[in-house]
Design a protein around this ligand. Structure first.
Ligand code: ADP
Length: 411
């Protein structure tokens, strides 16, 4: 079945069309038919679409809201110019899978979207005030465009972490605050961590129960996940994606008192301080230059820039600290797996992240590490490494398409 996978952000809309069903899933034969993105919805939108095997379509025009962006996408998808095999009209799209950021404690797996599910996603808006409303816009716009009959499935970023034990998900604050407001660690990037673990099992012929690994999703946002016997038992993002690793522009773990201190010293509002911590911190804040690791590495190489180097070293150090902590929390592991734009490409940074870990039996093979860029799936540890190290390119859209098919085909 042709599944339209939608990832709706506050001002962007990403999609893929994937042909999959239970047999294709079983044989790893899912077919990507097209993908695309509309950015800057609400102003002059930037559009970039591509059908597999055809040349890309690029354009810029004003698209008012998510409904008009979705209409534009669907008009392109179903037009002869797009040249997508097997897709000529709306009827050729059989189902829609929606990335949904926050499922709270209610949604522990992907579900078919009903009015009750929509109400549940609305109930989680308090927990993800920027993300869930955008995801809901995608759901409403799809209903409007495809009609109420089209089957839709919600896939939650938080669901994979629903197995976290209380000892990992509670914060050391009064328990009543958890009871009253559900303040706890939820974790994010669950779809990605789940996919990485799935690929690890395939690559190493390991059963789910024997999967004891640490997965690292390192993109603009970044999180680590400790997986024991196939389940997520700890993860670095928390109540929101701000906790944990130092990221592109997010600070990660800090002493919460800094917020109060900054408000006093800078005469800043809580919104201004939170904006600093979310948008102007992390490697951008430390380097004062950029949140892009490629540019930072170039600055170090060409100009020996001190703060660019500092940002890279801090990034690697924070990752190492989490790796060590998770080793202790799950009594060691069989493998660590890198994914995300940084995890899949940043050769030198990967080496730095794995340095000082020989005490755990981790040893990289430098030449294999250098080879692992541009979407290659491979092992990069040496023969002697007790804990194996893998690079496993993530594919959240594939998980979403497969979940959509599975939910609808009741598998
Ligand atoms: P997102 O979280 O937005 O999905 P990605 O997973 O695409 O992000 O990761 C984007 C980041 O990956 C970039 O900001 C950049 O820092 C990093 N990156 C991509 N390619 C390279 C590379 N060749 N070397 C180092 N870093 C890279």
């Amino acid at each position: 079945m042709n599944i339209f996978v939608l990832n709706c952000g506050s001002s962007s809309l990403k999609f893929q069309i994937i042909d999959t069903d239970l047999e294709r899933i079983e044989n790893d034969e899912d077919l990507e038919l097209a993908r695309g993105i509309v950015e800057r919805i609400g102003s002059q939108s930037v559009i970039s679409f591509k059908a597999t095997g055809s040349s890309p379509y690029k354009s810029a025009l004003p698209l008012r809201d998510h409904t008009s962006a979705l209409k534009f996408i669907i008009d392109w998808v179903t037009s002869p110019e797009s040249n997508i095999p097997g897709i000529n009209s709306l009827e050729d799209i059989h189902a829609i899978g929606h990335r949904t950021v926050h499922g709270g404690e209610k949604f522990k797996k992907s579900v078919r979207i009903t009015d009750e599910v929509i109400k549940g996603i609305e109930d989680c808006i308090d927990l993800a005030p920027l993300h869930n409303p955008a995801n809901l816009k995608g759901i409403y716009a799809s209903r409007a465009k495809f009609g109420p009959g089209i089957p839709q499935v919600a896939i939650f970023d938080t669901a994979f972490h629903s197995t976290l034990p209380e000892t990992a998900f509670l914060y050391g604050i009064p328990y009543q605050l958890y009871r009253r407001y559900k303040i706890r660690k939820y974790g994010f990037h669950g779809t990605s961590h789940r996919f990485i673990a799935h690929r690890y099992r395939k690559l190493t012929d390991t059963t789910r129960d024997n999967t004891n690994i640490i997965t690292l999703h390192l993109g603009n946002g970044a999180s680590i996940c400790a997986i024991k016997e196939g389940n997520s038992v700890d993860t670095s993002m928390g109540f929101t994606p701000l906790e944990g690793l130092m990221m592109g522009t997010r600070c990660g773990d800090i002493d919460p008192t800094i917020i109060e201190f900054l408000m006093h010293k800078e005469g800043a509002s809580i919104d201004e301080v939170m904006n600093i911590l979310n948008k102007r911190s992390g490697v951008l804040g430390i380097s004062g230059l950029t949140n892009d690791m490629r540019d930072l590495e170039e600055e170090v190489e060409m100009y020996n820039d001190r703060r660019a180097r500092l940002a890279l070293e801090m990034y690697a150090n924070r990752v190492r600290k989490y790796l060590g902590a998770y080793m202790a929390s799950i009594n060691g592991c069989d493998a660590i797996c890198f994914a995300g734009g940084i995890g899949e490409n940043a050769v030198d940074l990967r080496k730095a992240m794995c340095a000082n870990l020989s005490c755990f039996g981790i040893e990289l093979d430098e030449s294999l590490n250098k080879l692992a860029t541009g979407g290659k799936e491979m092992m990069i540890s040496s023969e002697n490494s007790i804990i194996k190290v893998f690079v496993i390119p993530t594919n959240e859209e594939l998980v979403m398409a497969r979940d959509t098919a599975r939910v609808l085909l009741n598998a």
